[in-house]
Design a protein around this ligand. Sequence first.
Ligand SMILES: Nc1ncnc2c1ncn2[C@@H]1O[C@H](COP(=O)(O)OP(=O)(O)OP(=O)(O)O)[C@@H](O)[C@H]1O
Ligand SMILES: [Mg+2]
Length: 262
Amino acid sequence: MADPIVRVDDLVVSFPSRTSKTPVEVISGADLTVERGSCVVIIGPSGCGKSTILSCIAGLTPYAGGSITVDGDRVDGPDDHSSVVFQHASLLPWRTVLGNVEFGLESRRQIPKKEIRARAMEAIEAVGLAGYEDHHPHQISGGMQQRVNLARAFAVRAPLTLMDEPFGALDALTKELMQDELIRLMSMVSSSTVFITHDIREAIYLGDKILVMSARPGTIIAEFDSPFGADRTRAMTEDRRFDELESSLRDLLGHTTEEVLT
Ligand SMILES: Nc1ncnc2c1ncn2[C@@H]1O[C@H](COP(=O)(O)OP(=O)(O)OP(=O)(O)O)[C@@H](O)[C@H]1O
Ligand SMILES: [Mg+2]
């Protein structure tokens, strides 16, 4: 089999505890791989460490043990291998839609200004926001803001896109539209994706592979390959296999408990 783009082996992450001198172990021996061009979804209870794993893969959070490689290189800080869509919309309010998409490109090395403009415009068009380039974030809806976030992530053309519950705050209808938008974008740029959610149906709809995490300290407790091919349509949700996978995932997640505060 081809070399996976992401390889996480025996990952251990701890944070300082507020109440004791011993650090709290948040991720305890997690393993995962992401095949090139695929979308891997991670699902798990709140506080189990989903955002932490993503942040480690992005090189934004240091880890205490194990190893992470992206595109063959060991991750030991932020680099150009991945782009991130954060759990909370992170647009700069003083920049326009165009300015926000360009911002993601400006932090990358050696992209000429002209190319930054061209790539940003292309990404804005791809997410259906042509005509809104000069609007500021407060002048567009929450769904449109999330489109800007997607455009910003995809404009950099990183081999890996890391998405942390990007549609968590959207209403059900907008969420479905955005999921379809994402499927289109993923196939257009043939990028590899790690997508985090706590929405079971979203996980099944988007994932080529679905990984289930246990409650903290988090580790991967189960892995499901999607029974559906690359051709993702809403008709999938009417399929018996969709419901079967949903109940398996619901059973598993029912056995994990919510975070216990320390
Ligand atoms: N910088 C930090 N310092 C200390 N503790 C942290 C830090 N970041 C996360 N944690 C703790 O690590 C645990 C996992 O957090 P994380 O944000 O990864 O969970 P999550 O699965 O993404 O949760 P949610 O579904 O609510 O977004 C939580 O108990 C959280 O309080
Ligand atoms: Mg999170």
